[in-house]
Design a protein around this ligand. Structure first.
Ligand code: NAD
Length: 499
C-alpha cells in the first residue's frame, strides 16, 4: 500500500516509519484507499514543542499580517475547492456538490478570520481615575488543539483553524482517522499562503493522540467536535488538566410541522435535511413532528414516493442525492437500528436496507428509510442514528411538540414550519435548543454568528466560530496605568478607590 497518510509538522510532511497503520476506505467501493499512520503520545509531545516555539513569533506578528495570510488562504481554498471536494468525497462518500457546499461553509469561517484584527482591539478607558487609564487586551493563548469528526472533514477543521491562527495561536489538528487526507491539503495551502512553519500542524491518530493532547500541559485550549460520549470525556479530562475546552457533541434534531405550514416547502425541507449527506450531519433533521393526525397522514402520503425513489449513488454519479455511509460498521449499526424500530413497534413505511448500486456492490450504501408512529421510548428515537432515517413522532398539539423536544437530552438544532408568526415567535422564545430554524430546516448560522447546541450537544461555555471564537482563543489582560509618574500621593493602605 503506497498511500500512507502521515503527519504535517513544521511546514512539511513527515516521512515516519514504524507505528501502527490503519486502513482508510473509499465508502463507495468498499476498497482500502490508503493507510493512516497512527501517531504515538511521544510524537504528539514533540509536535507540541514545535508549535510552542512557533507560537512565540506568530503571537507577536501584527494581527493584520496574520489576517493577510488568511486572505491568501481564502483565495487558495476557492481556487482548490474542486480538488478539496473530490478528496472529501473519496474518503467520506458524500456527493461532489455536497462536498463543495461543505467547502463554501468552511470558507465563511476563513472570511470571518480575515476581519479578526478588528475584534482584537480590546477596550480603553481614559482617565478611569485621576491620571489613570485602564485598558483590556485580548492576547493569544499559545498552542491550541482541535479534534474533529469524520462527517465534515474540511468544514469543521475550518471552523477552528483560521480563527485560532488569526488570534495569534499555533494550532495542532487531530483529524478523524476515517477521512484524514483533506486536512493535508489544508496544510499545504496554509504553507502556500505564507503561514510560518510550525504554526499549523496535523497529527494523525486515534484515542492515544487525543489523550496526549488532553494531558500535555503546554496545550492551552482544545476544540472538539464529535459524538456526545466523546465530547463529555474530552471536556472532563481536558478541564481537569486546567485547559479551556469547547466540546460540541451529537444531536437529535426535531422539525415541528404546524397545520398551517406550506406542505410543499415542508416536504422539500425534510427530504434535503433528512437524507442529504446520508443523514450524517449533526444538523440533519432526524425527527419530523407533525402536529395533528391530518398533517401527519398528508405528510406521510407525500413523503413515501419521494423517499422510495431517492437516487443513491457514488459521488461520481451527478444524479445521486446521497452517497454511502462512512464505514461497514456504520452501515451495520444503522441496519440493526432499523430492525429495532420494527421490533419495538414503529411502522417502517420505506425500508432502505439491502439496496444495490450497480458497479458498487461492495460500497457502504443504504437507501433512505422512513418510520411513522415512533414513540420517545424507542431506540430509533433515543439514539443518534447518523444515517438516512427519518423517525416520525406524531403529536396532538403544539404544546406536546414543545414537551417532546424538551424531553430529549440533545439540543443542537430544531425547526418549526408554520405560517403563523405568533406561533413561530413563541417557539423561538421558549424552545430550549441552541440553534433554531423558522421555516429553515438546517439552521447552521452564517460565519459571523457562532454555532453551538445546548444541553448534551455541547460541553463548555463557548460556541464555535464567529464572535465567540475571540473569547475562546484569546485571554484578556486588564492593564491599569498611571501617567505621569511624577504624582506623589503618598502610601495608600486602604483598598484603592477610583473616586
Ligand atoms: P467521534 O466522537 O467518534 O469522533 C470524533 C473525534 O474523536 C475523532 O477525531 C476521533 O478520532 C476521536 N475519538 C473517537 N473516539 C474517541 C475516544 N474514545 N477517546 C478519544 N477520542 C476519540 O465522532 P464521529 O463519528 O467522527 O462524528 C460523528 C459525530 O459527531 C456525531 O455524533 C455528530 O452529531 C457529531 N458532530 C457534531 C457536530 C456539532 O457541531 N455539534 C458537528 C459534526 C459532527
Amino acid at each position: 500500500m503506497s498511500n500512507i497518510i502521515g503527519n504535517h509538522v513544521a511546514g512539511s510532511r513527515l516521512s515516519q516509519t514504524g507505528g501502527t497503520l490503519q486502513d482508510v476506505f473509499n465508502p463507495s467501493t468498499g476498497d482500502v484507499s490508503g493507510q493512516i499512520r497512527l501517531s504515538s503520545a511521544a510524537e504528539l509531545d514533540d509536535v507540541v514543542k514545535v508549535a510552542s516555539e512557533a507560537a512565540l513569533g506568530w503571537g507577536a506578528t501584527p494581527p493584520m499580517k496574520r489576517a493577510q495570510v488568511m486572505f491568501r488562504f481564502k483565495r487558495l481554498l476557492e481556487e482548490n475547492a474542486d480538488k478539496i471536494a473530490s478528496t472529501i468525497s473519496s474518503e467520506h462518500g458524500k456527493t461532489h456538490q455536497d462536498a463543495l457546499g461543505e467547502v463554501s461553509r468552511g470558507l465563511e469561517a476563513v472570511e470571518f478570520s480575515c476581519g479578526i484584527p478588528h475584534l482584537l482591539k480590546g477596550s480603553f478607558s481614559e482617565q478611569a481615575a485621576a491620571s489613570i487609564d485602564v485598558y483590556s487586551i485580548p492576547q493569544a493563548l499559545g498552542v491550541v488543539a482541535g479534534i474533529t469528526p469524520f462527517n465534515f472533514p474540511a468544514m469543521v477543521p475550518l471552523w477552528m483553524i483560521p480563527n485560532a491562527l488569526a488570534c495569534g495561536n499555533s494550532f495542532i489538528l487531530k483529524p478523524s482517522e476515517r477521512d484524514p487526507s483533506v486536512t493535508l491539503i489544508l496544510a499545504d495551502l496554509l504553507n502556500e499562503a505564507g503561514l510560518p512553519d510550525g504554526v499549523f500542524n496535523v497529527v494523525q491518530g486515534d484515542k492515544v493522540v487525543v489523550d496526549a493532547i488532553l494531558d500535555n500541559p503546554d496545550i492551552m485550549a482544545v476544540s472538539f467536535v464529535g459524538s456526545t460520549p466523546v465530547a463529555e470525556y474530552i471536556y472532563t479530562r481536558g478541564a481537569a488538566n486546567g485547559k479551556r475546552v469547547q466540546a460540541l457533541g451529537g444531536a437529535k434534531n426535531h422539525m415541528i410541522i404546524m397545520p398551517d405550514a406550506d406542505m410543499g416547502q415542508v416536504v422539500d425541507a425534510l427530504m434535503g435535511a433528512g437524507y442529504g449527506s446520508a443523514g450524517e450531519r449533526c444538523m440533519a433533521v432526524s425527527v419530523p413532528v407533525p402536529v395533528g393526525e391530518k398533517v401527519a397522514d398528508d405528510l406521510m402520503d407525500r413523503m413515501i414516493p419521494l423517499v422510495e425513489n431517492l437516487p443513491v449513488g457514488p459521488p461520481t454519479d451527478t444524479n445521486a442525492a446521497m452517497g454511502p455511509v462512512i464505514t461497514r460498521q456504520s452501515l451495520d449499526r444503522i441496519t440493526s437500528l432499523l430492525q429495532s424500530g420494527i421490533d419495538q413497534g414503529a411502522k417502517l413505511l420505506v425500508d432502505g436496507r439491502g439496496i444495490k448500486v450497480p458497479g458498487h456492490e461492495n460500497g457502504f450504501f443504504i437507501g433512505a428509510s422512513l418510520f411513522d408512529h415512533v414513540t420517545p421510548k424507542m431506540d430509533i428515537y433515543k439514539e443518534e442514528i447518523f444515517g438516512p432515517v427519518l423517525s416520525t413522532v406524531r403529536v396532538t398539539d403544539y404544546e406536546a411538540a414543545i414537551k417532546l423536544v424538551h424531553g430529549n437530552p440533545y439540543a443542537n438544532g430544531v425547526a418549526i414550519f408554520t405560517r403563523d408568526g405568533d406561533a413561530a415567535r413563541d417557539f423561538v422564545n421558549r424552545i430550549e435548543v441552541g440553534m433554531v430554524g423558522v421555516n429553515v430546516p438546517i439552521p447552521v448560522p452564517v460565519g459571523y454568528h457562532s454555532f453551538g447546541g445546548w444541553k448534551k450537544s455541547i460541553f463548555g461555555s463557548h460556541h464555535i466560530y464567529g464572535p465567540d471564537t475571540i473569547h475562546f482563543y484569546t485571554r484578556l489582560k486588564a492593564v491599569t496605568s498611571r501617567w505621569p509618574t511624577g504624582i506623589k500621593a503618598g502610601a495608600e493602605y486602604n483598598f484603592p478607590m477610583m473616586s
